[in-house]
Write a protein that binds this ligand. Structure first.
Ligand SMILES: [Zn+2]
Ligand SMILES: [Zn+2]
Length: 234
């Protein structure tokens, strides 16, 4: 599998300043991988070996279904099921107690080919993000002008920066991150609150005016902010 499928220039990810940039990165890489594994990679034995072993999570089965290529998906499911049967369900023998079956089943249950590749892509990009934040003033400003980071990616940035950034630089990074998060979460909370209040009879009709779009969209945006996934991806 070519690494170029999993990497996107960091400026391309941060330039739009709209939504969570890590989500944008993930969405693009997911799209690339889904197209790739349903197309060219179908015939690549090393990719098939990995998909047979790891399978996919619910979110990514959903995205693969959207590729409108049921035969490719069925072929992958076919060999994945064969492997699950051979390695777990049909496995006999003294050393294969029920517990080890449970362990193996849990392993397959928790793995996803797309998730593992996306994770690699994100980690690879974050190496660059942390380096550029320290060395490139222009990028630092671009980072600071992001709209927000979703809660799961905010959590991941805090965690990863602890491992990948020197202490002194990290406090600068965390301060920038927190300022973005405080501002956005406050506004979002206030928009959702206004949405609730719009159901009061005294505010009848108010929600439908053009300038209330930020309030109308607030429930969807709050779910996106808290979970990193939008409604259309269910
Ligand atoms: Zn995100
Ligand atoms: Zn997945």
């Amino acid at each position: 599998m070519r690494e170029s499928i999993l990497t996107i220039p960091v400026n391309e990810v941060f330039e739009p300043r709209e939504g969570c940039p890590i989500c944008r990165m993930r969405d693009t890489v997911e799209q690339h991988i889904c197209e790739y594994i349903m197309g060219a990679a179908m015939m690549e034995p090393d990719v098939r070996m990995e998909t047979n072993k790891l399978g996919f999570c619910h979110t990514h089965y959903g995205q693969l279904l959207k590729q409108n290529n049921r035969l490719s998906l069925a072929l992958m499911l076919n060999s994945h099921l064969e492997e699950v049967r051979a390695n777990i369900i049909d496995k006999k023998g003294l050393f294969d107690s029920k517990d080890s079956k449970a362990k193996k089943a849990a392993e397959v249950d928790g793995t996803c080919f797309v998730c593992s590749k996306v994770q690699w892509g994100i980690d690879h990009m974050l190496d660059t993000v942390f380096t550029m934040f320290q060395k490139d003033g222009k990028f630092k400003n671009m980072f600071k002008s992001q709209e927000y980071f979703c809660l799961p990616h905010y959590h991941y940035l805090i965690e990863q920066s602890a491992v990948k950034m020197p202490k002194g630089e990290r406090s600068d990074f965390l301060a920038a991150l927190d300022e973005i998060m405080r501002g956005y979460a406050k506004q979002l909370n206030s928009d959702v609150n206004e949405f609730c209040n719009s159901f009061d009879y005294r505010n009848a009709g108010k929600l439908h005016s053009a300038e209330m779009e930020h309030v109308r969209s607030s429930v969807d945006r709050a779910i996106m902010f808290l979970t990193s996934r939008g409604r259309e991806e269910e």
